[in-house]
Design a protein around this ligand. Structure first.
Ligand code: ME8
Length: 517
């Protein structure tokens, strides 16, 4: 039986500096979404990578006295290392300086040109080097410092050059029809509204080539020009599927099910990208979802502001699954979020160490001591047993719906509501008291608790993969019974199965006196 395909991507990051926590956030969330679909039986292709061309790369390289390629190689390696450090399950890591990407970008260019959508002209406009984007005069403002700024708050300068244009103006109606007929194309709804009003306000043709530098992909047939970095960048999503070879095995993953990006680049993904694809006659992605920005205690982070928190340091300090859990649970996906030392410690100690870790530790050590180190005997189930077991099973449906809408925090809330209730169940049943009064009932309570932990651990795998794996190991769950089919009653723990000696999973964070924000 051929499984349903699911293709999901992150944005590709600019390797003009080291990865920061915003990059880590996007990758963690996309990884959780990819893992969820894999565990739910889909044939997943998950892509991330680096966006290596453009003037921003060139300028940083010059400043550092290295070639843009050296800069790209050095920092792209850091992004790869971050993906490993985050336990990201990406199936490919694309670099836009790869040969396959040059072929693909030139092919989409030719396809758009063949459709009559590319023409040569002259360009003059307000350009932001930091955003790599031109803005209309009305989108800019001169601030009291006498500098003109664009809508993202970055300085813009007047630039004039010969340039190829993409006939974006011809796509306004088609794009509006797309947003109407496919209301889920852009999410969350605030972003959809912004995109629609931008398109409704009228689209200008887009300058898509540069002649003032050569760090980019040459325009086919006119090598004096390199492609505007966003044409090449967006194309990465089809390059990885083998474009222009539509017989490539990977091509079967296209169109993408979800592009996960930050809100600052929504316009590129929800306006330019579908227009390019329509022009080239390529099917459109099903969804573009923009997450919010992370702020360090409410303050915006950026490379230039210099208050970037290094994701590697953060993982080392709090633990990987703690960092993953914190961001996915604390920040409603799609909204901005802030983080601080206190918030990370409070959230992970409460949910992971106290609720989940402790429940596992207490129930499993009781089993080790009182049930001969095997899965306890399961007697007749009481109403309370059945209720908590059913709640754990039902969390799958809730999580599935939420993950289908990129509401990762909703999925986690449902799973951890089970954990909180399982703690209440355990405390209410008092298995330690039953030990003397009704040992058979004690075994049933411990079985029920262990079985709830099994279901919860299965559901936790997309979010905290390492810790979930350890919990499943402690329950002797076979590697082949770890997908979501196994959440059901049919795969419940079998009494008498030998269990390894219990070990603490998800330790408490203990203050080390070097709190960092
Ligand atoms: O935009 N919080 O690259 P990039 C959350 N190369 N997300 C953040 C963030 C923050 N503080 N800062 C950045 C680019 N991001 C382009 C993308 S895609 C074809 C090309 C997110 O390195 C940002 O929104 O500036 C984007 O989705 C990703 O990190 C890479 O940002």
């Amino acid at each position: 039986m051929s499984r349903e395909k699911f293709y999901i991507t992150t944005a590709i990051s600019y390797p003009n500096g080291k990865p920061h926590i915003g990059h880590a956030y996007e990758l963690i969330a996309t990884d959780a979404l990819a893992r969820f679909q894999r565990l739910d039986g889909k044939d997943v292709f998950f892509l991330t990578g680096t966006d290596e061309h453009g003037i921003k790369m060139l300028q940083t390289a010059r400043k550092e006295g290295v070639s843009p390629r050296e800069l790209a190689d050095r920092n792209s390696a850091e992004f790869k290392r971050m993906a490993e450090a985050l336990n990201a399950s990406n199936d490919d890591f694309i670099r836009t300086t790869e040969e396959r990407h040059k072929t693909s970008s030139q092919a989409i260019w030719k396809a758009m040109a063949a459709n009559g959508d590319i023409y040569k002209g002259g360009y003059a406009g307000w350009y932001s080097v930091r955003d790599e984007a031109y803005y209309g005069e009305e989108e800019t403002e001169v601030r009291p410092d006498n500098v003109r700024y664009g809508p993202q708050g970055t300085p813009v300068e007047w630039v004039e050059e010969e340039s190829y244009f993409f006939r974006l103006s011809a796509y306004g109606d088609k794009l509006l029809a797309l947003y109407e007929s496919q209301p889920d194309f852009v999410g969350p709804s605030e972003r959809r509204n912004e995109v629609m009003s931008f398109v409704k306000s009228g689209l200008k043709d887009l300058s898509i080539s540069r002649t003032t530098f050569d760090w980019g992909i040459p325009v086919p047939g006119d090598e004096k020009h390199v492609m505007y970095v966003w044409v090449d960048a967006l194309t990465n999503y089809i390059t990885a599927c083998g474009y222009p070879d539509e017989t490539a095995e990977r091509w079967s993953y296209w169109p993408a099910d979800a592009h996960i990006i930050g809100k600052d680049i929504t316009r590129f993904h929800a306006v330019y990208w579908p227009a390019f694809l329509m022009s080239a006659g390529i099917p459109l992605p099903k969804r573009v979802f923009s997450h919010g920005f992370l702020f360090n205690r409410g303050e915006k982070m950026s490379k230039s502001v210099g208050n970037v928190v290094d994701p590697f340091t953060m993982i080392e300090h709090y633990g990987l699954d703690q960092v993953r859990y914190f961001f996915l649970r604390e920040v409603p996906f799609g909204q901005d979020g802030s983080y601080s030392h206190e918030a990370i410690v409070n959230r992970t100690n409460a949910d992971l160490a106290n609720d989940l870790g402790n429940l596992a530790q207490r129930s499993l050590s009781m089993i080790a001591k009182n049930c001969g180190g095997v899965v306890p005997t399961r007697g007749a189930l009481s109403e309370a047993d059945t209720a908590i077991l059913n709640q754990a099973e039902a969390a799958l449906a809730t999580a599935r719906k939420a993950m289908g809408e990129q509401a990762l925090h909703v999925a986690l809330a449902a799973i951890f509501a089970v954990v909180a209730d399982a703690n209440r169940y355990f405390a209410g049943q008092e298995p330690w008291a039953l030990k003397k009064t009704d040992p058979a009932r004690m075994e049933t309570v411990l079985w029920t608790t262990a079985e709830v932990i099994r279901r919860v651990a299965l559901l936790c795998q997309p979010f905290i993969p390492g810790s979930a794996e350890k919990l499943l190991d402690l329950l002797s769950v076979d590697a082949s019974d770890r997908d979501f089919v196994a959440v059901s009653e049919g795969k419940a723990l079998v009494p008498g199965t030998a269990l390894p000696a219990p070990q603490g999973v998800l330790p408490r964070y203990v203050e080390q006196g070097t709190a960092e924000g």
